[in-house]
Design a protein around this ligand. Sequence first.
Ligand SMILES: Nc1ncnc2c1ncn2[C@@H]1O[C@H](COP(=O)(O)OP(=O)(O)OP(=O)(O)O)[C@@H](O)[C@H]1O
Ligand SMILES: [Mg+2]
Length: 333
Amino acid sequence: MTPSEIVRQLDQDVVGQSEAKKVLAVAVYTHFKKSARALAESVELVKSNILLIGSTGTGKTLLCETLSRILGAPFVTADATTLAQSEFVNTEIDAILQRLLEKAGGDVSRAQRGLIFIDEVDKLKAVSDRSRASSGESVQHALLKIMEGSQVRLRSGEYIDTTHILFICGGAFVGLTDIVKDSAGYGYLSFSTEANDREVLNRLNTRIKPTDLLTFGLIPEFAGRLPVIARLNDLTRDMMVRIMVEPKESIYRQYRELLKSDGVELSIKPAVFEQIADVAMEYKAGARSLRGIFEELMTNVLYEIPDNPAIRKVVFSSLFEPPQLLGEAPPKN
Ligand SMILES: Nc1ncnc2c1ncn2[C@@H]1O[C@H](COP(=O)(O)OP(=O)(O)OP(=O)(O)O)[C@@H](O)[C@H]1O
Ligand SMILES: [Mg+2]
């Protein structure tokens, strides 16, 4: 699969985030290509693990899940905060690899070509509080070894070589934008009047540099093993509306199917999606709030329909008004 084919597939489930999709697709494509070559010609693999940066609920986990499904590669997610709270980090890391092996159906060689997504790595940053600082940092150290590639002996006795496993780390990195702004250093190009040059300049200046990650609190060895950085944009109101309607498995489609199985047609006017998006924007949890608001809207309908077989159609025109229930004329008795 080429990078553009990967992006096209991602587009079916993930709304927007075209920049991140592109970076991810190229990185994954390159990884599997390099990995195949390294295996065939037994040359060393220089791995390009990926760092996904984006606010909560903007699609980081969704992107990784979709990606692994497209690639048909075994995939597991782990949470960095759980690792940081655990007393036995190495046991936890063992468990992650064990899960990957299970996902691969016990096939070690498949597991060795899987993907591991470690979420919330920004929570591993060094903080001034000594005890917590050491825990976050020690997890970064513990992860170094498997990210780089090593033979890990699992508790089950099997060995897993992590050399060809691609690691994708994710995190919100709140505050990183300010660090990037402060450290932005490209200004000389601006003598040029060409708009094109200014665009290049802007891109260079909003680019996250490895040193920014160090300022944020990652240790150099950890940041150094994440050479590919992809950023997700904060969701706009328009993207929120599209998320409810467009994806193959969008909430709207799911509920339409659900009601259809009861012989009821569900119709929601565009204005309602916009109202839901407005409320969700205020919650500042990305697209994650959409489902809750949507489900609240549907509760009464789902409650009433089973008792009223005459209802054939439900029409919502506003988030703040009850829906119109249309049906056959009630039977006369
Ligand atoms: N760009 C998007 N396109 C489609 N759905 C999205 C998008 N972003 C978020 N969602 C929806 O919002 C929910 C939360 O998204 P996801 O779990 O990917 O967030 P996240 O970026 O991993 O957040 P966190 O940092 O809190 O883990 C998912 O169920 C997904 O359906
Ligand atoms: Mg997530």
